[in-house]
Design a protein around this ligand. Sequence first.
Ligand code: GLU
Length: 307
Amino acid sequence: MNIKPYYELFEEIYERVNADNEGNVAAYIPELAKIDPEKFGVYISTVDCDKSSCIGFGDYQESFSIQSIVKVLSLVLAIKSGEKLWDRVGVEPSGSSFNSLVQLEFERGIPRNPFINAGAIVIADILLNTLTNPEQEFIQFVRSLCGNQNINYDLTIAKSEKKHGYRNAALVNMMKSYGNIRHNPEDTLDFYFKICSIKMTCEEIAKTFLFLANEGINPLNGQEIITKRQNQRVNAVMQLCGFYNEAGEFAFRVGLPAKSGVGGGIIAIHPKQYSLAVWSPRLNEKGNSYRGFRFLEEFTTETSSIF
Ligand code: GLU
């Protein structure tokens, strides 16, 4: 689909949202606190994936730490491995904060879903089993989805998070005590911090996630990443659990499967239509990008007759 005729409409939404500067940058990972809060990038690509089907605005070519957005890719890779997951992690919205210890103890070490920290740590633990060289194979998976060999981990961010990651250390140890972590907790956590540190641009994220808008097939090269059924399930988990304890509000106001990260990024999927990545580091009180959320709400409202 040629979306260039809508350039001005999209730009107008971008400019309107750009003028709004509510929210604060995440400070609990010191490296993330150094980011310029005014950054704002948007990139949309429809599933046709040709030159006329992509548009970017603002800082869409600047890379940032994707943080929790990666949890979708680690889930996809774990699903691809055929390993049994769903007795170790649930698929229900958490309704509590992304790093809650209370809920995890109450539910005896089985995280509510794969997108809260505890759930993503279990998925990281599973990948340590299914991959021979986890770090190398994981980054290679992301690179091949995007068609870009330069995507990489940011070790400074991973180290910064490890140094201050007391709460994640508590989560992994509690799950170990319930028998839901198979490896040395420190190894599992190191791998988790590494994958969260990956840096990508909005353009790269939108391209990487396009297969989720295309029934599991990467439109860049025709490769099947997951089956149509598996794709529907991943989108369902994104729809229900992708926005921390604001998932209901996001579904109510935007209505797309999406995942956000504390780096200020959001990936949203419109099945059979497009993938859209937004980045703005100012977060609302629930930890989601303030401008990102607002952009997606206005974008989906104003383009409802186009897509
Ligand atoms: N690495 C971050 C953490 O574990 C990810 C959080 C997020 O983006 O939601 O706290």
